[in-house]
Design a protein. Structure first.
Length: 94
């Protein structure tokens, strides 16, 4: 059996966000800080974002078999602000 890191599904306009989040996940110090975040003292609007980021990193930490599908980061995307949570259409820079 071959195991590998779990990827993220492109949800229409999240390819750059996915690449950025995967790069942050692979940065050990940043990943450790994310796991250390607590909900204490957070503004209510940030609590869900903190949880969504920790959940995303938890999903990325799961090694997968070659046959398993990548993770769909829909909950994480919903917690973000513009431009990622509006349209599922591709938004290429021109």
């Amino acid at each position: 059996m071959s195991y590998r890191y779990r990827g993220l599904v492109n949800l229409g306009n999240t390819c750059y966000l996915n690449a950025f989040m995967q790069a942050l996940y692979m940065t050990r110090k940043f990943r450790a800080l994310v796991y250390q975040l607590t909900q204490d003292g957070c503004m209510p609007s940030n609590r869900l974002k903190t949880y969504a980021l920790q959940n995303l990193f938890e999903e990325l930490s799961k090694k997968q078999l070659d046959l398993q599908a990548p993770f769909r980061p829909e909950y994480f995307r919903m917690e973000l602000t513009e431009p990622f949570n509006t349209s599922p259409m591709q938004q290429d820079a021109a």
